[in-house]
Design a protein around this ligand. Structure first.
Ligand SMILES: [Zn+2]
Ligand SMILES: [Zn+2]
Length: 82
């Protein structure tokens, strides 16, 4: 029996029939909801990304924003933001 691989973002098992992405010890579902920037939620599939503590970021700017924000005050994505 192989160990189940769990998605770092959503915490669900990545099954054999769902595509996954791996980087070192971290794994994600290969979908825009799981493999996206932890700050701006931009899709990172086939994009350059930064990894910090298992969290994905699209840029040092996003990483810095996340680093300097209290976790419980971190803004949620707003699809109507201008
Ligand atoms: Zn996932
Ligand atoms: Zn970002």
């Amino acid at each position: 029996m192989r160990n189940s691989v769990v998605c770092t973002t959503c915490g669900r098992i990545i099954t054999a029939d769902s595509p996954g992405l791996s980087h070192g010890e971290y794994h994600w579902h290969a979908c825009p909801h799981c493999f996206c920037c932890h700050c701006c939620y931009g899709n990172l599939i086939n994009q350059q990304f930064l990894l910090k503590d298992g969290r994905l970021f699209c840029s040092t700017k996003c990483r810095h924003v996340y680093d300097t924000s209290p976790k419980n005050a971190f803004p949620r994505p707003n699809p109507h933001a201008h």
